[in-house]
Design a protein around this ligand. Sequence first.
Ligand SMILES: [Zn+2]
Length: 231
Amino acid sequence: MTSTIFSTPTSEWMRLSGLTDKMQPKMRLAFLRATRSGKIDTEELTRSIAQIVGQSADTSASQSGLIFDTSDPTYMLLVENLVSQYKSLLDDKESKQAARNEAGENKLVNTTGLDRFSATRLQRAANSGMSKTELEKLRKKMLQQRGNLIANTETNRAINSALDALWYVNAAGREVTKSITTRRDGRVCPYCLPLEGIQEAVGASFDTKYGVFQYPPFHPQCRCFLFFEVK
Ligand SMILES: [Zn+2]
């Protein structure tokens, strides 16, 4: 017998629980706070992410009537994974060096928290003689945009990773599967479209032609989510 855990689609459930709406502003704020000083405060970021993921797991648990023990090693591993992904995302030294090489490092410019593309743009603007004030304005605008992108993507990652870990620890000998579900609208990218409906055991990884993923997002701004079933 197959019974569906969520009587409503997961996307609808996430909307009803308000999880996405609650997490996105927090993620955005954590990113902006951590990059505000021009240096990345990894300790503050670690604390913020752990808190956001912890709350997400707690909300998931209470919404679905399951138990999620935050002292469980599975939970700690989940938080550690997210934090290390987040850290490398913000402090990508290789991209920074590549941006400098591409634009030519004539003038020193603060590119903390920026991706390679934006860092190159900022470096070029500095080289072409843009004033310090204008450069700082542009950097802040780029940080805002990156904050939004990270907030959207990382919120999706936190929700899906929390749900995967949540069902994994609550399976209790039952066979639980997860399927990739796209938003099924005109905005689904060609990258995710063929992944619709692919099924795996809870806790396992999806071996796609793009790489190995345990849960969405599969790329920045990916809106895919998981659908869980108990067999
Ligand atoms: Zn996707």
